[in-house]
Ligand binder design. Structure first.
Ligand code: EPU
Length: 420
């Protein structure tokens, strides 16, 4: 198993190129199931979750050809409709194939994803919506068995909670359904917006893109002609490197990034004393003379993202004063707290609220990554810790960060990947 070794107390300088967004790529790859042609997707990040989904599609009979950071996916050869446990257990986002396979073939089996490190993460809203669209859903021996012998039909769906992959799944199912599906309380994340925009260009009429109410008029079973496209920049990767600039008191420039997707993150960094120079596709962070404490509540886009909570928790350890961070999306997303405490952070947890007292001197030690974003929080803490930090179980990090150690090394960090 690989681990990262980081020597702390460094100043960084230079430019980091941001990769394509993992959480945009996953639904967009699943979307190729709806295509009647080979689809070329550019600017895919090199991360394990993408390989996992491509493996799932290959197991179903699709052909996937890599060319640098692009991929050509041919799902016209798809012959299987069962997503098996061995893959789904490694990546919950595998559930994204349910909507498109069901819409195209009228039946689909997907292993139930089970629990995960950040919370229970049920998929009841995906299933309820598909039932409203005419699917029959049975849960048998750990599998979701979905059938729609008469096809899926449009209807009005009201999500009790805003769900990102739930919205993506239902939008993809609705794309081939008969009639118009209205989703009320839809997710507005940029990753969902891109999925809707590509479908819209491919013959599915979608109104309300980027709002909480989507109207999707399906093609009644006709497969889509999907043209080549490029995945949007990864706003969470970008936010993580902005935190790297802020925590190390360094000026860093990010390129191939969209600042419009980072409004709430930039606003919180400004509250902490950082400033920014922004162009159409770059962001430069100018660090604070002294980091100020911050109050954060994680919520759905465009509010502050849960996927940046762990990184800001690490950053708050270096702010002068008391920061309050409330996690509203995932009940268990504080596993990084005990690891940060081992590095010397002064954090107290009360339910879903973390109180961070800063500024504390952090010390390098052995720590363990517990989930994807928790891993990056440990990297940030290690950059300012005294001495050496070894971060174990970085397979979590590899699921979603493209070449993190190379990107950080490129701006001067003392970081290497080693084998246990
Ligand atoms: N929820 C339900 N029932 C459902 C679906 C969701 O109760 O059927 C609840 C969840 O338990 C959670 C809330 O609704 O409390 C929001 O969950 P959501 O469905 O939006 O999360 P997700 O789609 O499973 C995506 C990202 C996550 C990100 C969340 C929130 C992908 C592949 N994953 O997950 O990304 O944290 O949205 O923004 O897009 C990550 O990249 O590290 C990551 C975990």
């Amino acid at each position: 198993m690989d681990y990262l070794q980081i020597q702390g107390v460094q100043s960084l300088k230079g430019t980091i190129k941001i990769s394509g967004a993992k959480n945009a790529s996953l639904p967009l790859i699943a979307m190729t199931i709806l295509a009647k042609n080979r689809v070329t997707i550019k600017n895919l990040p090199h991360v394990v979750d993408i390989n996992t989904l491509l493996k799932l599609l290959s197991n179903l009979g699709a052909e996937c050809h890599f060319q640098e950071d692009a991929i050509e996916v041919d799902t016209t050869t798809l012959s299987q409709t069962k997503a098996t446990y061995d893959i789904v257990k490694t990546m919950r986002a595998s559930i994204l194939v349910l909507g498109p396979i069901l819409a195209r073939f009228g039946h689909c089996e997907v292993s139930l994803p089970g629990g995960c490190a950040i919370g229970q993460r049920p998929i009841n809203l995906h299933l309820k919506a598909l039932e409203q669209m005419g699917a029959k859903i049975d849960i048998r021996s750990g599998y979701i068995e979905a059938t729609a012998p008469n096809g899926l039909h449009g209807c009005e769906i009201i999500f009790d909670k805003i769900t990102v992959t739930g919205t993506a799944n239902i939008v993809m199912a609705a794309a081939l359904a008969k009639g118009t599906t209205t989703i009320i309380n839809a997710a507005r994340e940029p990753e969902v917006v891109q999925l809707c925009e590509i479908l819209n260009k491919s013959g599915v009429c979608i109104e309300g893109i980027g709002t909480a109410v989507l109207h999707i008029t399906g093609t009644d079973g006709e497969l889509l002609a999907i043209e080549e496209f490029s995945v949007i920049p990864d706003r969470i990767e970008a936010g993580t490197y902005l935190c790297a600039g802020a925590i190390t008191n360094s000026e860093l420039t990010l390129t191939d990034v969209n600042a419009a997707h980072l409004g709430s993150v930039i606003a919180k960094l400004e509250e902490m004393g950082c400033s920014f120079s922004i162009t159409e596709d770059s962001i430069t962070i100018h660090p604070a003379s002294e980091l100020q404490p911050v109050s954060i509540i994680t919520q759905e886009y465009p509010a502050f993202p849960t996927d940046m909570q762990a990184q800001f928790l690490a950053l708050a350890t270096q702010a002068n004063g008391v920061s309050i961070i409330e996690e509203r999306l995932f009940e268990n997303r504080f596993m990084h707290v005990s690891e940060l405490q081992r590095m010397g952070a002064d954090i107290s947890l009360n339910g879903n609220v973390a109180t961070v007292k800063g500024k504390t001197k952090l010390g390098g030690t052995d720590v363990m990554a517990t989930d994807l974003r928790a891993s990056s929080a440990l990297v940030l803490a290690a950059l300012v810790a005294d001495g050496e930090t070894d971060i174990h179980r970085i397979y979590h990090l590899d699921r979603g960060y493209d070449a993190l150690e190379k990107k950080l090394e490129g701006v001067g960090a003392n970081i290497i990947r080693l084998k246990e």
